[in-house]
Every structure is written in structure tokens, then in C-alpha cells.
Ligand binder design. Structure first.
Ligand code: NAG
Ligand code: NAG
Ligand code: NAG
Ligand code: NAG
Length: 603
């Protein structure tokens, strides 16, 4: 978005207007008041070496290109709240305009980057800190970072604070000093390419949004019961269950996603969901390894249900042949995805599915004391060693919390498995962290981005009523909007989530971060970007620097408003098709669209 010279000039007329607070808010940012300086072609003067040096060079090229081609100006910056220009405040303080001092000698000419360790790999827990400083009257931007990954974050900050001067040039408010590092090492989104295919360019677009939002984990839910899009050398027949020959990922495609993400400081954690949510692909290798593939999913007669959504299918836990196929698939994918972490699913096991397995029913008959929890334990005991033996020694496994906390769960899940919590909000986080598990927070009532679009299943008579179906007792499962996790989670809902509430300090240490999933039953290339953005950016800030003002300890959601509204425009300008959040009027008039006049109602 390029503003007219007039409105830029108006923005420049007020001192606060050029202090562009980036998103996510840095942990510490301090501005002086000597006014903006012009920015010339910024030469990168780097002091770094090591195998990640080229990543830093190309990241700077991208940042500089964004700065110069977008000539960015936010629609409005966050003015001190009491200085807003709407009527109800009597005697509002006036802002003293500080003119753009074109006469001053200083001009920014270079970016000096110092990286202490140019070799640190992009893995969980790598140091992402950085400092960024433009000293008063200085001609350089000074960036210091422990690793290249921290320096990349400095660039995405810098590209938001250098803006157009309205005269065809660029400027930055100075002096400015930023000291920054994330609160949590794991800051993710989950993309589902199993329910609907997501094309390569669209996946890369999500990574662009992540890098700008300082999100660092793309959890790629590769397949599901409905389709298997990944080419496997070991079993080429699996992609017979892709949606079409073109809706597939070659090894090269997956490697391209990984390389693109790495260049932007984003890890890619693959997920193959097992043993639940498994039909497509697997059954092409050996029909015996999949239970209940041809059953009616039966949510109309729940007693007989075999799945929670169509189509049914779960890996047969007792049939021995299952584990050879699991090993070979996992081993091949482990060779493609270099991350130390691998997500192996383990959610939503449905007991009724195994009535269709002669192996499982025999196993139960052999010893009537056996339970479905024992069956889940059998899976853990047999599959987990395979996941370790077929992977590098550094491999860390991740599973959905169901395996330790679900209706069907194993009694003894190794404590080094990271559990992703999605049910019951804080209660489940409390339970898992008290038991000593490391947790990634994805509580569906706050962080599921797919909720609130109505039901995806068809032939549903609950819609055929001449009154509002939200009156039904179970239809909305407790929300409005007719999807199981309705309603839609707004950015404010996400940002306000205090997921450490009531945890002890020891428990809180077990929270590694959070992740917002976008399940794709009703999402494909057309809506994937508007599904994620800009809401995932609110999670980005929540996990990077929190939702509270570090000085007052108060929630800063209301102050965040202008930042996220500007940031949405910035995402779109950068090619990330983020959805609109408000009428543009609200973007242009900070706080005019607040529900409450009292700016302290969000606590
Ligand atoms: C599976 O068997 C159990 C016990 O016999 C029965 O209650 C349940 O309805 C069956 N489920 C299906 C899907 O057939
Ligand atoms: C699976 O293999 C093990 C060892 O190879 C064997 O003892 C067991 O009987 C087999 N089980 C089935 C169900 O085939
Ligand atoms: C966690 O939840 C399970 C299942 O409800 C329960 O049996 C267990 O006692 C809980 N543990 C803790 C530490 O809250
Ligand atoms: C936290 O603890 C307080 C005091 O016991 C309780 O009232 C509140 O409901 C708890 N909050 C959550 C989210 O569990």
C-alpha cells in the first residue's frame, strides 16, 4: 500500500507517526525523539562466517527489496491512547509536531551485522535473540545476533520500521534501540494437506507470513484418511490415493518447502498421523494393515461409529505387517525432513473401527482382561522403538495429547515425547505438565483456525429447520456456528489466551510454545491464506513477547489492535493474502471502532 504524499506528509507532521511499532512487538524497544533520518541504499556490512552465511545474504536482499519496492507507510500508527482525536475526551493533550529534519547531516548508509555463531543449525531451542540499534545521528544500523536465525528476525523488524518519507525516499525514526528474543522456542502453525491438497506456491506463501510474524515452526500434517499426496520411493502405489497425479508432492517438492522455510528461519516438522486417521495410501500397500476402511462411518448411529469424520480407517495395531510398512514410510520421510522432530499423530483412536479387524478381535479374545488402553499401549511399545531406530539419535517425537489423555490412551507414554494439547484448554495443559510432559499448546477453543464455518458433512437434516439451529442442544457442540469447535476464533480470542493460568513455575517450564492448526476439510488453495492470516500473527506475538505490557503487566490487546490492522495490510503488500479484520475506517482511525471507550476493560 502506497499512501499519497499528502497523507504521508500528514503522518510525518506528528512525531509519533513515524515510530512504527513492528509486529510482533519486540521485548524491549526504546525510541528517542530527535526525529527521523533519511535512509539511503543500505549496504550490508557483515561480520559473520560459517555455513549459514549465504542464508543471511539472501535474507538481507529480500528485506531490502521489500523496503525499496513497497515504500511502506502504515495507515496509522499507535498514538498514545489519551491523545486520540475523537470528541469524548475533553481537554485532550495536543501532540507537538516534530518536522522531518531534512537538513540534518545524518543519513543511514549501511547495516552492520555481527553474528557470533554462523554455524548454529536451525533446530528446536536455537538462540533467536538479536539487538538492533540506530544511534542518534549514526549512519549505520547495528545488528548483533548470536546466530543467523536471530539476525533474520532483526531484518523482519527493520523492514517494518523503515518507511517512505513521502518524497520518494525512505526514512527511519531514530534513535531506536531494540533488544529482542522470544518467550517460547516453539511458535507454529499447522497446515493440513491431507483433507484438501495445498499447492507448493501456497505453502511458500504461508512461510512468508510466518517469517514476517517470527513464527518458526511449520507443522505439516502431510496426509490423512482422505488422501496421500507424498511420493514414496519405497511404495510408489501410495499416491494412487492422492486426489490426482498433479495433487502430489515429489521429494523435490518437499525439499523445496524445507529449503524455502529454512532460508526464512522456519523449521518444518512433518506429521504422518498414525495409527488413527489412516486409510489412503496405506491400503494400497497392503489392505490388511488398515482396519475398517470399507465401513460406514456411522455418526448417525453412534454405537457403531468407526470414525469421527469420513472416511474411516486406522492402522491395524496387532497385524504384524503394519510395522514393516510404518518403518519404511517413516524411514524414507526421515531422510527428506532434516528436523530433529517428527510428529507421529496418535489422535482420536476409535474403538469401533477395530471390530473390523480379525487380528484385533482375536487378540482381545485371547485374554479377556485386555482393554483398548492396552491396545493403545501395544502401539506405543511397538511403534516408538521403530521411530527411534529408523531416525537420527537426536530424533524427538511429537504426538497429539490423546495418546496420554484421550478416551482411548496408553497407560505409559514415554516422558520424552512432546504432547500437543488440543482439548479442554488449561485443564489438559495442567494435567500433562503436572505429569512431566513437554507440551505444545494448541487448545482448540482458542487456537483452532478452522472453527466456525459450519459443518462439512453432508445430508445433514439439522440444517433443515425453520428456526435458528444454534438453539439445538448438541448441534453446535457448545458454540454458535455449527462446526464442532465453533465459533470462529478471532485474533483477539487468540491473543488473549493466558495458557499458563494457575500452573506452577515447574509446570510452566514444560510449555515449549504454541501452534495454531488450520484443519483443511473446508480449506484449499483458495482460502488457506485467509484462514491463517492475520490471526496466526496474533499467536506470533503472544508467543514471542506475550500479550501484556512488560512495564504495567496489563493486557495490551487494545494497543495491539493498530499493530495487527497495519500488519494485515503489510502481509497483503508482501503477497500473503490475509483477510480483512475491520472496515478500513477503523484501520485509519485508531480506537474509533473499540467496543469500550474505557481502554482498560481488557484485563
Ligand atoms: C464393536 O463391538 C462392540 C462390542 O461388541 C459393540 O458394542 C460396538 O457397537 C461395535 N462397533 C461397531 C462399529 O461395530
Ligand atoms: C508377529 O511377529 C512376532 C515375532 O516375529 C511373532 O511372535 C508373532 O506371533 C507375530 N504375530 C502375529 C499376529 O502374526
Ligand atoms: C490427568 O487426567 C487423567 C485422566 O482424566 C487422570 O486420571 C489423572 O489423574 C490426571 N492427572 C493429573 C496429574 O492431573
Ligand atoms: C485458577 O484458579 C482459581 C482459584 O482456584 C480459579 O477460580 C480459576 O477458575 C482457575 N482458572 C482456571 C482457568 O482454571
Amino acid at each position: 500500500m502506497k499512501l499519497s504524499v499528502l497523507s504521508v506528509a500528514a503522518a510525518i507532521a506528528s512525531a509519533v507517526a513515524v515510530k512504527v511499532n513492528p509486529l510482533p512487538a519486540p521485548r524491549h524497544i526504546s525510541w528517542g525523539s530527535s526525529g527521523p533520518v533519511p535512509v539511503e541504499g543500505l549496504a550490508l556490512r557483515a561480520q559473520y562466517h560459517g555455513r549459514n552465511a549465504a542464508i543471511l545474504d539472501s535474507a538481507w536482499d529480500r528485506a531490502w527489496k521489500a523496503i525499496t519496492t513497497l515504500q511502506w507507510v502504515p495507515a496509522a500508527t499507535e498514538a498514545p491512547i489519551q491523545a486520540n482525536h475523537f470528541a469524548p475526551f475533553p481537554g485532550e493533550p495536543t501532540i507537538t509536531p516534530i518536522p522531518y529534519k531534512r537538513a540534518i547531516a545524518a543519513r543511514l548508509r549501511s547495516v552492520d551485522v555481527f553474528v557470533a555463531d554462523g554455524n548454529a543449525d536451525l533446530q528446536h531451542g536455537v538462540d533467536e535473540s538479536y539487538t538492533l540499534e540506530v544511534g542518534e545521528g549514526s549512519s549505520t544500523v547495528q545488528i548483533n545476533a548470536e546466530t543467523v536465525w536471530g539476525a533474520l528476525h532483526a531484518f523482519t523488524t527493520l523492514q517494518q520500521i523503515i518507511i517512505s518519507d513521502g518524497h520518494g525516499g525512505l526514512m527511519v525514526e531514530q534513535p531506536v534501540r531494540i533488544t529482542d528474543k522470544p518467550l517460547y522456542p516453539y511458535r507454529g502453525i499447522m497446515l493440513d494437506s491431507g483433507r484438501n491438497f495445498i499447492s507448493l506456491p501456497k505453502i511458500l506463501e504461508q512461510i512468508d507470513g510466518m517469517a514476517l510474524s517470527k513464527l518458526n515452526v511449520l507443522h505439516w500434517h502431510l496426509d490423512d484418511s482422505q488422501s496421500w499426496p507424498m511420493h514414496m520411493s519405497v511404495y510408489p502405489q501410495m499416491t494412487k490415493d492422492a486426489y490426482s497425479a498433479s495433487e502430489t508432492y515429489s521429494h523435490g517438492d518437499m525439499q523445496q518447502v524445507i529449503a524455502y522455510a529454512r532460508a526464512r528461519g522456519v523449521r518444518v516438522i512433518p506429521e504422518v498421523d498414525m495409527p488413527g486417521h489412516s486409510e489412503s495410501g496405506w491400503k494400497q500397500v497392503d489392505p490388511n494393515i488398515v482396519a475398517c476402511a470399507n465401513s460406514w462411518w456411522s455418526n448417525d448411529d453412534w454405537t457403531y461409529h468407526t470414525a469421527v469424520e469420513p472416511n474411516p480407517g486406522q492402522l491395524d495395531i496387532i497385524y504384524n505387517g503394519t510395522y514393516d510398512v510404518v518403518r519404511n514410510v517413516y524411514h524414507e520421510l526421515s531422510g527428506i525432513f532434516p528436523d530433529n522432530w517428527f510428529h507421529v499423530g496418535a489422535d482420536e483412536l476409535q474403538t469401533g473401527c477395530y471390530n473390523f479387524s480379525k487380528y484385533v478381535t482375536e487378540w482381545f479374545k485371547e485374554d479377556p482382561s485386555r482393554t483398548y488402553n492396552d491396545l493403545a499401549q501395544y502401539w506405543v511399545d511397538k511403534a516408538v522403538p521403530i521411530f527411534h531406530e529408523a531416525a537420527p539419535p537426536s530424533r524427538r517425537l511429537m504426538m497429539w495429547e490423546d495418546i496420554a489423555l484421550g478416551a482411548v490412551s496408553a497407560n505409559d507414554v514415554p516422558k520424552n515425547i512432546v504432547l500437543q494439547s488440543w482439548n479442554n484448554g488449561i485443564a489438559n495443559i495442567d494435567n500433562l505438565t503436572a505429569r512431566g510432559y513437554d507440551v505444545v499448546v494448541s487448545s482448540s477453543d482458542w487456537l483452532y483456525l478452522d472453527c466456525g464455518h459450519g459443518g462439512a458433512v453432508t445430508n445433514d437434516p439439522r440444517y433443515d429447520v425453520m428456526s435458528n439451529p444454534s438453539g439445538g442442544v448438541t448441534f453446535n457442540y457448545g458454540g454458535n456456528g455449527g462446526s464442532w469447535c465453533a465459533p470462529y476464533k478471532t485474533w483477539q480470542r487468540i491473543y488473549d489466551y493466558d495458557f499458563t493460568t494457575n500452573l506452577t513455575a515447574t509446570q510452566a517450564k514444560h510449555i515449549l510454545g504454541g501452534e495454531a492448526p488450520l484443519w483443511s476439510e473446508q480449506v484449499d488453495d483458495v482460502t488457506v491464506s485467509s484462514g491463517f492470516w492475520p490471526r496466526a500473527s496474533a499467536l506470533g506475538e503472544l508467543l514471542w513477547s506475550g500479550n501484556r505490557d512488560p512495564k504495567t503487566g496489563k493486557k495490551r490487546t487494545t494497543e495491539m489492535t493498530q499493530r495487527i490492522l497495519n500488519f494485515r495490510e503489510y502481509l497483503v503488500a508482501n503477497g500473503v493474502m490475509a483477510t480483512a479484520l475491520v472496515p478500513k475506517y477503523c484501520l485509519q482511525h485508531p480506537h474509533a471502532c473499540d467496543l469500550y471507550y474505557n481502554q482498560d476493560v481488557v484485563v
